[in-house]
Design a protein around this ligand. Structure first.
Ligand code: HPA
Length: 253
């Protein structure tokens, strides 16, 4: 099964296919958001909204472990995530879709692993599934590759922070990409993000940031985003042939 974890502006996606089922899953970490299961291009797809309906959960309050665990429990082996991000580079304009190939994690307060009682050091040399990234990148107009910087939020960044992220080589900055990507790898699920640029980051933007501009761009790009995901799902093979499915091999003491 293919999983979609929808971010800001993507709360409903069942219009993409014929809905089969809707369920909330119980996990050891708490309940998942409502998951819609539908069929698209002959494949089963499970969709959840990371922020819940109406965007009721801010980034630092999201139960990332429950969400990823619920996907695994459903039989999901590949996740396409969508994230709203600010751009750290002038050439990467609002409205662009960035498919990150690496990240820098500046989160502080999140549960970042499933393995509290086993010693597992998961390898993230290639932190996003390259097979899934390539499929998405060949499915529409995107920026193929980039470094996703994840902050704790929920505030936006200071000019000094943005300057630092630029010096570190960051391409985009967001609040929801981590630890989701790592949790998926820990459960041997392929994971890639479509990061939609909703604004230039603080101090690169000529004006102060507002959530209204973020929502406005996400809304205008929603149709293109759904189309990109639809094409990518149509191209996904039944079997995967990447390293993600063996991620735990050699990772545990
Ligand atoms: N910073 C952090 N998260 C974001 C931004 C931003 O500028 N835009 C959308 N999500």
């Amino acid at each position: 099964m293919i999983g979609i974890i929808g971010g800001t502006g993507i709360y409903e996606i069942v219009t993409m296919g014929d809905e089969i089922d809707k369920k909330v899953l119980k996990t050891p970490y708490g309940n998942s958001p409502e998951i819609s299961i539908f069929k698209l291009h002959g494949k089963k797809v499970a969709f959840m909204s990371r922020h819940f309906k109406g965007h009721s959960k801010p980034p630092h309050m999201i139960n990332y472990r429950a969400n990823v665990y619920a996907m695994k429990k459903l039989g999901v082996d590949r996740i396409i995530a969508t994230n709203a991000v600010g751009s750290l580079e002038r050439e990467v304009e609002p409205g662009a879709f960035v498919i990150p190939n690496d990240f820098i994690d500046f989160t502080k307060l999140r549960n970042g692993t499933f393995y509290d009682n086993r010693t597992v050091h998961i390898d993230v040399t290639d932190p996003y599934c390259s097979e899934l990234r390539n499929i998405i990148s060949s499915s529409g107009k995107v920026v193929n590759g980039g470094i996703y910087v994840c902050t704790e939020g929920p505030r936006f960044e200071t000019p000094a922070e943005i300057q630092m992220f630029r010096m570190l080589g960051g391409t985009v900055v967001g609040m929801t990409g981590l630890p989701e990507a790592v949790l998926a790898r820990e459960l041997e699920i392929c994971y890639a993000s479509i990061s939609t640029v909703s604004n230039y980051a603080a101090s690169i933007s000529p004006t102060n940031l507002t959530i209204d501009e973020v929502f406005e761009i996400m809304d205008t790009k929603k149709h293109d985003l759904l189309k990109l995901m639809d094409t990518a799902i149509s191209k996904m093979a039944v079997e995967r042939s990447c390293h993600c499915m063996g991620a735990l091999k050699g990772a545990e003491i």
